[in-house]
Structures are given as structure tokens and as C-alpha cells.
Design a protein around this ligand. Structure first.
Ligand SMILES: [Ca+2]
Ligand SMILES: [Ca+2]
Ligand SMILES: [Ca+2]
Length: 246
């Protein structure tokens, strides 16, 4: 029995509903997503962010020596991205360029570019406007890479993470501005390269020793809250907006 099956069984045995974002650190390398918002209140507090960092650290540290090597990082992240991109590619193939073209109008209106900030703001508005809708179809522009099979069950965190993922994988030149051309090229250029993942590793490896410790990995999870007090919370949309900003 896998850890996921075990934990779901334990939840069922306890008579509790399984959360929409069940925790399983081994799943991180298979999905490039780790649910931090444990109480599903749309906010991330320091405890939740610390728990997420520790869970992701555990999944990245394949040989369990307490340090994340470059090889461990690239292997895990590439696996997660590839699986997620494969699902997205299938959905893009269903819709084709015509569908992408129509989505662009929803995202940016008549503009030829949209900033990361505006993209995430419009994603949040879309989520809040549709959270009670029965059918949130995959063709919604922000949900290109949704993890969940039942999109109507997406948590705000899954929606925010999917929106950020959509932006990351479309903003090919990484200038924090998505162009219409980049958007229309999604179906052909959907990939996360080893170079991009190595670049992330380098950005996290503050002391440049080619390994990540918990503090260095924590920059993705905890430092994004800034110097806020320990009881501070960050809205999930703000978190996913800030985490990978240049
Ligand atoms: Ca929370
Ligand atoms: Ca290791
Ligand atoms: Ca280091």
C-alpha cells in the first residue's frame, strides 16, 4: 500500500472527510505541487509554510542525507513539471489555437501583453467570481495545468498554484510579462527545461555550495512573507504571485 493510500485510509478510518489537498510528500515530485493551506482558509500562516517547506525538503532529499544536491533537485522538479505539462498538453490539444485565442481576450482584453501581477489579479477575480459555479471547465484560461480531475473541487490554493504555473510555463523569456504571442505558442512550446530548473536551484543556493539546506529552500516558502510577525498570514494568491517573481 502506498503512503497516499495509507494516509487516505487513516483519514477514512477516523471518520473525517479527506481534504481536497491531501498531504503526501512523495507526491510533490510527481505533480510539482504541494498543498500548504492545511485548513483551507485561503491564507498561509508560518506554521503551514514551514510544514510545506519540510515536506518538500523530504521529497527532494531522495537519499535522505539532510541535503539537497543539484541532481536530486533537478530530477524531482523535472519529474513533477513533466507530468503536469503532459496533462496540460493534452488539454491544449483538445482546444487548439482557436480556444487559446478566445482565452486571451478573457485574460488581457485588447492588450498584447499582461504582467504577472495583472494575470494573478484577474485569476483571483475569476476564482472568486466562479467559486460556487458547478462547472469550472478546464478551458478556463487559468486552469491549463490544474492537478485535480474534478475541477469543481479545486481549492483556492490549487487554483492559485495552477494560475502561477500557467504563467511560468507561458512567459518563456521570464520577463514577468506574458505576450499574446507567447500565449498562442503554448501548445507548441510547453516545456520546462533543465536550464530553467538549474537556474532556480542557483537562485536558491545562497552560499553556492551546490547543495540546498532547509533555510535555502525556505526562501521559496517562508521568506516570501517578508519580515512579518510570526502570526502573520499571506493570502494564497499573493504567495503564488510573489514566490517566483523575478
Ligand atoms: Ca491556511
Ligand atoms: Ca540528498
Ligand atoms: Ca547551499
Amino acid at each position: 500500500m502506498t503512503r497516499t493510500a495509507l494516509s487516505l485510509f487513516a483519514i477514512a478510518a477516523a471518520g473525517l472527510a479527506a481534504p481536497a489537498t491531501a498531504q503526501d510528500e512523495s507526491a510533490y515530485c510527481a505533480s510539482a505541487f504541494y498543498a500548504a493551506d492545511l485548513d483551507l482558509d485561503g491564507l498561509l500562516n508560518l506554521d503551514e509554510l514551514t510544514a510545506a517547506r519540510d515536506g518538500v525538503f523530504e521529497s527532494l532529499d531522495a537519499n535522505e542525507d539532510g541535503s539537497i544536491s543539484r541532481d536530486e533537485y533537478v530530477t524531482c522538479e523535472q519529474g513533477g513539471f513533466d507530468a503536469r505539462l503532459a496533462r496540460t498538453a493534452g488539454r491544449l490539444a483538445e482546444g487548439g489555437t482557436e480556444a487559446l485565442d478566445a482565452m486571451w481576450s478573457n485574460i488581457a482584453g485588447d492588450e498584447d501583453t499582461v504582467s504577472r501581477e495583472d494575470f494573478m489579479a484577474s485569476a483571483q477575480a475569476a476564482y472568486e467570481g466562479n467559486r460556487d459555479a458547478e462547472d469550472r471547465a478546464w478551458s478556463h484560461p487559468y486552469l491549463g495545468a490544474a492537478d485535480d480531475e474534478d475541477l469543481s473541487e479545486l481549492s483556492i490554493e490549487q487554483f492559485a498554484a495552477s494560475s502561477a504555473f500557467t504563467f511560468e510555463t507561458t512567459d518563456r523569456d521570464g520577463n514577468d510579462v506574458m505576450s499574446r504571442d507567447e500565449w498562442l505558442a503554448r501548445a507548441e512550446q510547453l516545456e520546462v527545461t533543465a536550464d530553467q530548473i538549474n537556474h532556480r536551484f542557483d537562485a536558491l543556493d545562497a552560499n553556492a555550495d551546490d547543495a540546498l539546506d532547509a533555510d535555502e529552500l525556505g526562501r521559496r516558502f517562508i521568506d516570501v512573507t517578508g519580515d512579518a510577525a510570526e502570526d502573520a498570514t499571506v493570502p494564497v494568491f499573493d504567495y503564488y504571485f510573489m514566490r517566483n517573481a523575478q
